[in-house]
Ligand binder design. Sequence first.
Ligand SMILES: Cc1cc2nc3c(=O)[nH]c(=O)nc-3n(C[C@H](O)[C@H](O)[C@H](O)COP(=O)(O)OP(=O)(O)OC[C@H]3O[C@@H](n4cnc5c(N)ncnc54)[C@H](O)[C@@H]3O)c2cc1C
Ligand code: SF4
Length: 509
Amino acid sequence: MTDLVIGSGPAGVSVAIALLNRGRQVLMIDGGEELEVSAQERRGRMAASEPEDWSAADIRAWQAPQLDTPPGQVRRFGSDFAMVPGTDTLVAPDQIGLRASHAAGGLSNLWGSAILPNRDADITDWPLSAQDLAPHYRAIAKFLPVSGREDALQTLFPAFPMQHRVPLTPSPQAGHILHRLEHHQSNLARLGASAGMARLAVDPGCRYCGQCLHGCPWGHIYSARQTLEDLRHHTAFRHRHGLAHGFEEQADHVTVRLDGGESLKADRVFVAAGVLETARLLLLSSADPAARLQLQDSQHFFLPSLHRWRAPRRPDQVPYHTLPQIFIELDDPDLSPHLVHSQIYTWNEFYAQDLIRSYGAKLPGSTPIWHMLARRLIVAQAFLHSNHSARIDLTLAPDGRLVSTVLPNDTTEQVMARATSRLAQVLKLAGLTPLSFARRPGDVGSSFHVGGSVPMAETPRTGQSDILGRPKGLARVHLVDASILPSIPATTITFSVMANAHRIGTLAP
Ligand SMILES: Cc1cc2nc3c(=O)[nH]c(=O)nc-3n(C[C@H](O)[C@H](O)[C@H](O)COP(=O)(O)OP(=O)(O)OC[C@H]3O[C@@H](n4cnc5c(N)ncnc54)[C@H](O)[C@@H]3O)c2cc1C
Ligand code: SF4
């Protein structure tokens, strides 16, 4: 028999690599959704020519499906393959922004690729330290590209050194902001802030074509799909499609039921189905019809600002990328005992569209003004630790979908307000005018930095898991995605999910 890994997203491929490195046999299953052939062909045509040779019509056609995406959905490559429609998973999908994926590679087909390791002060409630995760961050970085450079952020995150990493070239606006902030180190320290270049899971071969929010034609933005392709060459690895619908543990094996009535038997099962689908699997497999789980969110908000200086060159003309450019970390106990993490985005083609949709109709003929303003717009996306964020209560509906109830956190608004005013002070140092009145909180769950429904504990109680991700009462079923994180630090989630999954794959009996 073999180890069965449910899910081929970042958590699934990370645990699989660790298991294979120990000589184990691995069968991986996933929902099997793939980019449609027509979309693959479109992508291939874009990748076959140089960005300089793309016509305006080529670019418009590539971007149109994304610019048209309905609220709550994230689309890349002109396709919805990587995000399950909310109504398939949730009874009332408009209550939360979180969605599941049934794709090979999971949500990493869509992600922003921002990565940071955890630091100890943000995981004091975990039964692990940043040092316990450090060797696993390094193991993950053997297949996950990590761009960035050694800078002021390094002292906050010693568990993952940045020497010998290749930075991406920042956009012209981001280069200017970084340069100005570097000259304000003492003022930044006074504000409890550190700033540096964004750490991104992007290959240094980036062509700076500016299509990051539409899907990278060359696949330079990491997707677990790429690691899945590499794993197929391993003789001890097998992969197939199949949606798991529940499991049952016996003394010497686990039986997993698939949609369609088929069953699979495995020595051990490693569940990496993403937090919503993992919760559904657990509730479907529970003997208690009243079972419930509670997800912890890392809530986020957007703070727009305008730059007062003249950009070194037009920000909307290539070369540039449109992923997060700069990280700003706020580390001040007056704000929170935990870091508040911010990602700075410079020009992208959604800015003008959003401005025109929001304000254009009220001022006929104003379109050129919004285009001009968009070229001066900089947006910070700031994340809070889960201790300052809402929770999402999950139960099972009779039809097998999830009933979600948002449990707001009394401290969220207060911490967001304080973080906004501090972040605004930092942005002013960079010559920006923050538009604090226009701060916009994201819907609960829409950060996709969500987990903690079966938190790991040294001595697990009912509803918790042990440090190998086994829910209390189970010996052969390991949860390895964000479901088992005891809390969600603000500083991005996926790198730590991958490191933790790799740790469990390395240590599981
Ligand atoms: C728009 C967007 C931007 C993001 N940006 C960032 C970012 O910048 N930084 C960051 O750290 N994180 C980011 N995230 C979050 C990141 O994508 C997730 O943390 C990560 O993908 C989770 O990995 P996972 O392997 O646990 O689950 P998923 O990626 O959800 O993968 C789940 C896997 O399980 C399979 N599966 C699901 N259900 C079943 C089932 N019942 N049976 C069998 N297989 C199943 C799926 O096919 C898939 O292979 C972002 C997410 C989104 C949507
Ligand atoms: S700019 Fe973005 S889309 Fe273009 S090559 Fe680089 S990562 Fe890919």
